[in-house]
Design a protein around this ligand. Structure first.
Ligand code: BG6
Length: 282
């Protein structure tokens, strides 16, 4: 049982589940196979983040630029968004949620942030999935924010995938606490938490599921690659015992020095598009 308002549907051979809280697309499957992953231990409770899907991180990423912001990933991911548009065509479904400053009154973390914003999150669902976060500055002062579409992808075995498209990119390794440069494809061999200074199409090549997942960003500057591995996942109540092997986050983000500084009346849009292809498309 969930206390959250759920939206679900099937379209073009795909199936999805989303929640108004956080404007959170939680699951997306193509031809019966999960592409957007959600934990079997995920909690669906008011004010709690959902482990999986595509959390909308805003107005800061992780602990924010100074490392002291709470809650982690900002208040938008657990805020009460409102569904303002729902189109259910034969080829695509489109859902749009909205969140304004007034909706965040009293939320932890929101007290110290300005209220002159209007967010819209659109999930455009068909044979591919496109998520767009539009942020409008509705006030007279600049609005400064970080943002991420924190996509949890389903993989056969994270120890066997290769992440293509980040070769040569500089990154900050949050596990080791140092900067480095990516040599060749990303192969994961332990806890991985990297903020790549590149925003380009990234392909997750998955030999176990015999497919590729492509994440194409628009309006972003960074790509975050995250998997907690066994120990860290084991310490999280909303991760099942071996579930970490079946997920990989490839996140579309604007962070750090590339935080958005939005002038009065302006809008910023950031999109993550997810597609699946066979491996022979390489
Ligand atoms: C990633 C961060 O984006 O999200 C990690 O880079 C973090 O540092 C992870 O651990 C999960 O965050 P949370 O708040 O959902 O547990």
């Amino acid at each position: 049982m969930t206390a959250l308002t759920q939206r679900s549907g099937t379209v073009a051979g795909t199936r999805y589940t989303a929640y108004d809280q956080g404007a959170h697309l939680a699951q997306w499957s193509v031809e019966g196979a999960p592409v957007v992953w959600v934990s079997e231990q995920a909690r669906y409770a008011v004010g709690e983040p959902i482990r999986g899907g595509v959390p909308v991180c805003w107005p800061w990423f992780a602990d924010g630029p100074d490392g002291r912001h709470r809650p982690a990933h900002g208040f938008a991911r657990t805020a009460p968004w409102t569904l303002v548009e729902q189109e259910q065509g034969r080829a695509r479904h489109r859902l749009t949620w909205q969140l304004t400053g007034a909706d965040t009154d009293g939320l932890p973390g929101a007290q110290t942030y300005p209220t002159h914003f209007r967010l819209a999150l659109t999930a455009d669902i068909g044979p591919d999935l496109a998520l767009t976060l539009a942020v409008r500055n509705t006030g007279d002062d600049e609005l400064v924010f970080e943002a991420a579409l924190h996509t949890y992808l389903a993989v056969g075995d994270v120890r066997q995938v290769e992440v293509l498209g980040l070769e040569g990119a500089g990154y900050y390794d949050k596990v080791l606490g140092r900067h480095a440069r990516q040599e060749g494809p990303v192969r994961l061999e332990g806890e991985t938490d990297r903020v790549y200074e590149r925003s380009a199409a990234v392909v997750v090549d998955d030999p176990v599921q015999d497919r590729q997942l492509r994440v194409t960003p628009v309006g972003a500057t960074h790509t975050v690659v995250w998997n907690p591995w066994a120990d860290k996942a084991g310490a999280m109540a909303d991760f099942g015992e071996q579930e970490w092997t079946g997920m990989l986050c490839v996140e579309t983000a604007r962070v750090g020095r590339d935080a958005v500084r939005l002038a009065a009346g302006q809008e910023h849009r950031m999109t993550a598009r997810i597609e699946t292809t066979g491996r022979d498309a390489r």
